[in-house]
Design a protein around this ligand. Structure first.
Ligand SMILES: Cc1cc2nc3c(=O)[nH]c(=O)nc-3n(C[C@H](O)[C@H](O)[C@H](O)COP(=O)(O)OP(=O)(O)OC[C@H]3O[C@@H](n4cnc5c(N)ncnc54)[C@H](O)[C@@H]3O)c2cc1C
Length: 414
């Protein structure tokens, strides 16, 4: 396994909104721009059946893997070592019509419904190929712009996001605002037709590569809570943006500190109304934790089959392995039942990331001391704790489940 492909199983919970209508395999050589420009003047073709679409996706993936020009699945966070390959893969996927499958045709998408995106995600999971360039762009920023953007914002940001020209990062967390995101202190002050941003962000995945970031900043300091926050589409090359990569215990540098020092951004980069960015951000967080649906099931089943194949003489470890398998099958039921929504996304995120962490610990115990000395397995072990924190920690997911699914009393708020 490629060292950086280790978290394909760790957090492929990110196919939240999957999507829609694809062209047939024999159309792959057509110019998608041509299709877009002419779509008003040509008879509207019937969408392919799901079987046709699935077969086209599977053939394309098989050919790409054989040619070696696909990007191996890496899950939610793009490893730096795969940056160039992931961008090239996004370009290729876009050229052949498997990018933005449910996005509107006028913004470079296919205009199909989300069920087709789910089929693409499933075929990618089977083929162990990455379905899109990165979660932060194709899911978080892209879906937020589709939901809350003006027509001008959609036209400006969506096509280059689909073609891989723009890579996005997420600038939400701050040194003193993670779980308590509404406590963020980065300020955005209106100055004529611009806002001026000052503050610091942290844990910004892929920040060193990103052309744009989705950023939260306080526009109304008189309200210290969630009501005074606005949501921006920030140009990472603007003067005053400083990016410093952080080294994780795996040795990789996947996330960064980002310093905003008098960064001027045009007022039309604000997504949604002023002071009302919180609701835009909450939908983004739901997408981030979103259920993987059938594609998540495929990788989970693969994971469980692997766990079931593990051998060990230690009866204590054998018992632990059995407990993990039972938890895995319970998670499978949750995924099969889950109807979407914030609470079920939290349940799936919590169960999967905790299962992965415990499975890595168990595998390390079965391998013994030699298993700690390096290589893929050690790397996966060191990576797993981060997934219990990214996108909202396990404790926060438990709070959401307690309050929204189980109806327990709300946690005291300050
Ligand atoms: C691999 C990785 C990638 C990330 N990528 C990004 C990114 O791209 N962009 C971005 O903006 N952020 C990113 N993050 C940040 C992530 O969202 C935060 O780390 C997370 O929300 C937790 O915030 P914190 O680190 O400030 O911890 P804190 O909020 O300080 O929490 C510390 C501990 O206290 C617990 N805790 C806090 N509040 C409560 C409570 N109310 N009840 C019970 N327990 C509580 C937490 O569970 C945790 O164990 C990433 C994090 C990781 C690990």
């Amino acid at each position: 396994m490629h060292r950086s492909a280790r978290r394909a199983i760790a957090l492929d919970i990110a196919t939240a909104g999957s999507v829609a209508y694809v062209r047939h395999i024999d159309e792959h050589d057509h110019d998608p721009q041509h299709d877009q420009h002419d779509h008003h003047h040509q008879p509207v073709a019937a969408p392919p059946t799901h079987e046709e679409f699935r077969s086209a996706a599977a053939s394309f993936l098989a050919a790409s893997i054989e040619a070696g020009d696909h990007c191996p699945a890496f899950g939610a966070i793009m490893p730096p070592a795969l940056h160039d390959r992931a961008r090239a893969w996004q370009r290729r996927v876009h050229e052949v019509g498997f990018a933005g499958i449910h996005w509107p045709v006028e913004y470079g998408g296919r205009g199909l419904d989300r069920s087709y995106t789910a089929v693409w995600a499933e075929e990618c999971a089977k083929a162990r190929a990455q379905p899109y360039l990165n979660l932060q762009g194709l899911i978080l920023a892209g879906e937020a712009i589709l939901r809350s953007g003006t027509d001008a914002q959609k036209a400006r940001y969506l096509p280059p996001t689909l073609s891989g020209e723009i890579l996005w990062c997420q600038l939400f967390s701050e040194p003193d605002a993670g779980s308590d995101l509404a406590g963020l202190t980065t300020r955005a002050v209106r100055d004529g037709d611009h806002y001026v941003l000052n503050g610091q962000k942290v844990w910004c995945s892929n920040g060193q590569f990103a052309e744009y970031g989705i950023a939260l900043a306080r526009t109304d300091p008189s309200d210290p809570g969630h009501r005074g926050i606005s949501f921006f589409l920030l140009d990472m090359s603007a003067p005053g943006v400083g990016v410093r990569p952080l080294t994780q215990m795996t040795g990789d540098q996947e996330f960064c500190e980002v310093f905003l020092d008098d960064v001027s951004t045009p007022a039309d980069t604000r997504l949604g109304p002023e002071h009302a960015g919180w609701s835009v951000a909450m939908e983004v967080l739901q997408d981030e934790r979103g259920s993987s649906g059938a594609s998540g099931l495929i990788s989970l089943e693969r994971r469980l089959a692997h766990l079931a194949s593990l051998q060990g003489d230690d009866p204590v470890l054998g018992d632990e392995l059995l407990r993990l398998l039972v938890r895995g099958h319970a998670l499978k039921s949750v995924l099969l039942r889950s109807g979407g929504g914030a609470a079920s996304a939290s349940a799936a995120k919590l169960l999967r990331t905790e299962l992965e962490f415990d499975a890595e610990l168990l595998e390390a115990s079965l391998r013994g001391a030699d298993g700690m000395l390096g290589g893929d397995a050690t790397d996966r072990l060191l990576y797993a704790p981060g997934m219990k924190i990214a996108g909202g920690s396990s404790e926060i997911q438990r709070n959401i489940i307690g309050e929204r699914i189980l109806g327990l009393p709300r946690e005291p708020r300050p």
